[in-house]
Design a protein around this ligand. Sequence first.
Ligand code: 2P0
Length: 341
Amino acid sequence: MSTATARAYPNIALVKYWGKRDEQQMLPAAGSMSMTLDAFPTTTTVRLLDEPAAGSSSSDHGDVFVLNGDPDTGSAARRTSLFLDHVRDLAGSDRPARVDSHNEAPTGAGLASSAAGFAALALAASRAYGLDLDPRELSRLARRGSGSATRSIMPGYALWHAGTDDATSFAEPVLPDGARMPELRLVIVTVDGRPKAVSSREAMRLTAATSPFYDAWIDATAQALDEMVAACAREDVEAIGRITESHALRMHAVIASTTPPVRYLAPASIAVFDEAAALRRRGMVAWATADAGPNVCVLTTPADAEQVAAAVAGHGQVRIVGPGPGATVVDPTEQTQQEDA
Ligand code: 2P0
């Protein structure tokens, strides 16, 4: 096969990844755990070319990258080509490729996600280059593009083992087959949809290099992950929520402790954390978390989701999401129909 299309969804970490032990192999300093969402997918087609694309240069290795219909020659294109180099190494191929990627996250939703992007690219590129990878191998491949993409290969709730080398750093379902997770929802509150000033990758480097609290953060993450897996296994929603919120605040604390300091949370973000606490006092399930930006997700149950969404609606645009599918190959005719629509 020389053309393949795949779709993947963003994920929100309940135990966060923030720091690498090996940047070249993209090994994290600690494990993490997330919910793959049922919204905002990225759909990507990889088509192998017989010769370098017209207009391509040595820096893009003859590849061409088209994002939402517009050719891209910037850093996203370079990152895509570097990722394809890794796939070409695995496949023993030197053919360039055209990559067409469509991201359904609305502009300004604050969910522009390298996780969905590299998970979809890993699956589509591996198939186009003739590799037949199992989910664990796919998650290892996606990791090379972006750490959080490791988890978006998996449906529902994914655990990314930190591992000690390429073979042992992969994602799998948090619970074994047949075990039940409690029903959870996330209320995404977009308080500010603008791109962030400092990229995750850059801020992670800065945290490891300059925070006096970095080692404690990594130790605390490993502990939070153990507690989270145990809480999931006993379907303890309160514990899942408590760990989620306190772990998120610890991440923002270690990020704020860098030199120079980085602060992602805005006053409106803090207001959503306060709102979650107020909802809990009224007996609802509501625990806040935030990634490397000002937008906040409130973890809740299906029963409380509408009330939580109504309570936080004054702080930004809201959207209720739940656990979604892992990365899947898409029938190319379905993709054509979508593009025609
Ligand atoms: C996470 N984040 O666990 C954490 C929480 C943001 C905050 O993973 O350098 O885009 O490509 O591995 O995966 C965002 O960082 O960084 C991220 P790279 P990535 O979801």
